[in-house]
Design a protein around this ligand. Structure first.
Ligand code: ADP
Length: 619
């Protein structure tokens, strides 16, 4: 497809909703295969991840040292003889903290940077794959949904790779280390502590499976509230004209109430489960003091071990709590990954067939041979359409709204593939050529031109960054838009589009014509605007279109008398069938649909056969 038509395509497939930040959730399928596939992305970075594991082992080991030092200090040096040695203990304590800080810095940086790298690749691959998907995909998919897959879901994966996975490993190593030391110090106390552990695990899983979903609900409710307010504000004029302020307030109130309700509910749940873990820590410390204290009195244990033990228990609180959150994040990541993989696993309906070759130079003969097509199976929109256009001819396609005119021309650049029959260019089935090379030879100017927030120059040269300004200006001159561009504040460097200078429909169309002139395709598809433009612009557009049509095979969905009269052939489409095909002179003489419409419309300035597809808002 051409650079010119890319933009149109984006516009045409742009549905209504805005990007919505998706609340996290659970995957539909099993978590483990998704995680396995997700983790395979770390493979190219395996060296770094191995390094990271070494970093975590060091960090965990360093963090085990201070309680051990406390124990030594308490048991051996907290007496008059030990005073001199105490400085050594404090020195070691400081030294290990500094070491741990340095290793943690390194770990954090490494995990964040690898996470960013991986998610960058996933985002880029997903977007690239999206662009390879066919029109049919975008007919059904919603833009908001696709956007949240590439952005919000990818962000969840960033948390997975940059934080959740690495901290799960780190916390596990740390906890194993603590238990190891505890067993060395006192197997009895360690076992006692292990006895309490199931309660911790219970608390953690509750947290992951009850508290997090409750918060996920609050995020969804906030999204609903935001969308409702946005929609009401967008329709503010209608609300005011019809005096529906009260109803509008009630609609927002309903969402607002719900948001408060789910928040209170989440608050209630988390208010219970968060302190639950704190209470458990208290209980276990109490038990340890009770059991261990007696052992100290009996001189089976030292006071250093007792204090060291309780210090370790305190240190275990954060990783244990965090594990619940991390497990929740891993489940969210699996849900997000599932949505991203869904996109990546979608195969384009229209793709290069095995053995497809480059379509080199094109003369421009086009033949539709018995072409039938339906968007959904069993519901044909085109029925056995056959006709031939010779290179350089202009074929005007006319017919009532919904007859299948747009569908017919969309088959030529293979936006969709014919259900039956074939389309041939220079006698070669278009499916035998690569999609990319086919579209390079077909220019498309649609009724409404999408302009990117770029300079006029870049909008015209869209997709061809190497074109020089002289060539761009020549195209703009031929498209009758150069004078206008030169009157803009920054001339060809002026930013246009949504966030730049707004252009009229006529000006946009002439920019699209300049774009296509620059591309210089042998075959051209033109969807004429139905909306009337002022006389001067109309004349300019006519001139520009006439130049654009020179020396190309042109298919134009014609709404204007002028275009129809100047076409070489006219194809009349009705209910997806070709009912007439021939020169304008011949068709005027024939009995049939064309003459009916023609005689009805001949005095009017616009040969308007009804609203366009886009005006009907169907695409
Ligand atoms: P025309 O251009 O002559 O107005 P179209 O080719 O746009 O007609 O539409 C022909 C028929 O195909 C209509 O019934 C229309 O509703 C249907 N149609 C068009 N585009 C799509 C689509 N993307 N998915 C499903 N049906 C479609």
């Amino acid at each position: 497809m051409s650079g010119a038509s890319n933009a149109e395509v984006l516009k045409k497939s742009k549905p209504k909703e805005e990007m919505a930040k998706r609340p996290p959730g659970k995957p539909k399928g099993s978590v483990f295969p998704i995680l396995r596939r997700l983790l395979s992305y770390t493979y190219p970075h395996r060296g770094y991840y191995l390094l990271l594991i070494v970093g975590f082992v060091l960090s965990s080991a360093f963090s085990l040292v201070p309680p051990w030092l406390i124990r030594i200090a308490l048991d051996q040096y907290l007496n008059p003889e030990g005073v001199q040695k105490l400085w050594m203990i404090s020195g070691l304590m400081i030294g290990f903290s500094v070491l741990q800080g340095a290793v943690d810095y390194f770990n954090r940086y490494l995990s964040e940077s690898r996470g960013q790298q991986i998610v960058y690749t996933i985002r880029q691959n997903t977007y690239r794959h999206l662009l390879s998907l066919s029109f049919s995909y975008f007919d059904h998919a919603r833009t908001g949904d696709i956007m949240s897959r590439v952005t919000a879901d990818a962000e969840t994966l960033q948390v997975f790779f940059g934080f959740a996975v690495v901290h799960l490993v780190n916390n596990t190593l740390f906890l194993l280390g603590v238990f190891g030391v505890m067993f060395i110090w006192s197997p009895y106390l360690a076992l006692l502590y292990l006895g309490i552990l199931p309660f911790f695990i219970f608390g953690i899983t509750r947290y992951a499976f009850i508290v997090r979903p409750a918060f996920a609900k609050t995020r969804k409710a906030l999204g609903d509230l935001t969308n409702t307010i946005r929609e009401q504000l967008q329709g503010i004029q209608v609300i005011k004209i019809f005096g529906r302020e009260k109803e509008s307030t009630a609609t927002v109130k309903e969402m607002n109430d719900r948001y408060v309700d789910v928040n209170l509910e989440a608050g209630k749940i988390s208010s219970f489960w968060m302190p639950f873990v704190t209470v458990l820590v208290g209980v276990s410390t109490g038990l340890i003091i009770w059991f261990a204290g007696r052992l100290v009195i009996q001189e089976v244990l030292t006071i250093g071990i007792l204090i060291g033990f309780t210090t370790y228990i305190g240190m275990m609180m954060r990783p244990i709590r965090q594990t619940g959150m991390l497990v929740g994040q891993v489940i969210n990541a699996a849900a997000s990954a599932e949505r991203i993989f869904e996109v990546m696993d979608t195969q384009p309906d229209v793709d290069d067939l095995p053995g497809a070759t480059e379509l080199a130079a094109v003369k421009g003969d086009v033949e539709y041979r018995d072409v039938s097509f339906g968007y959904a199976s069993g519901n044909l929109v085109l029925h056995s359409v056959s006709f031939t256009a010779r290179a350089g001819e202009t074929v005007a396609i006319v017919g009532p709204t919904g007859a299948g005119k747009s569908t017919l021309i969309h088959l030529l650049p293979r936006f969709y593939d014919a259900t039956a029959g074939s389309v041939l260019i220079d006698g070669k089935d278009i499916r035998k050529s690569t999609v990319e090379s086919l579209r390079r030879h077909i220019g498309i100017v649609l009724q409404h031109t999408f302009l990117f927030n770029l300079s006029v120059k870049d909008n015209i040269a869209f997709g061809q960054p190497d074109v020089d300004i002289v060539t761009i200006r020549n195209a703009a001159k031929a498209a009758e838009i150069d004078d206008f561009i030169m009157s803009l504040p920054l001339q060809y460097e002026t930013t246009i589009g949504e966030r730049g200078v707004r252009l009229s429909g006529g000006q946009r169309q002439r920019i699209a014509i300049a774009r296509t002139l620059l591309m210089d395709p042998p075959i051209l598809i033109l969807d004429e605007p139905t909306s009337s433009v002022d006389a001067e612009t109309d004349e300019k557009i006519q001139k520009a279109i006439a130049r654009l049509c020179e020396n190309r095979t042109v298919f134009v969905i014609a709404h204007r008398l002028w275009t129809i009269q100047n076409a070489d052939r006219i194809l009349v489409l009705q209910n997806g069938e070709v009912v007439q095909f021939g020169t304008p002179q011949k068709l005027v003489e024939e009995d049939g649909l064309f003459r009916d419409i023609y005689t009805l419309q001949v005095d009017s300035e616009n040969f308007d056969l009804g609203p366009s597809t886009e005006e009907r808002g169907e695409e």
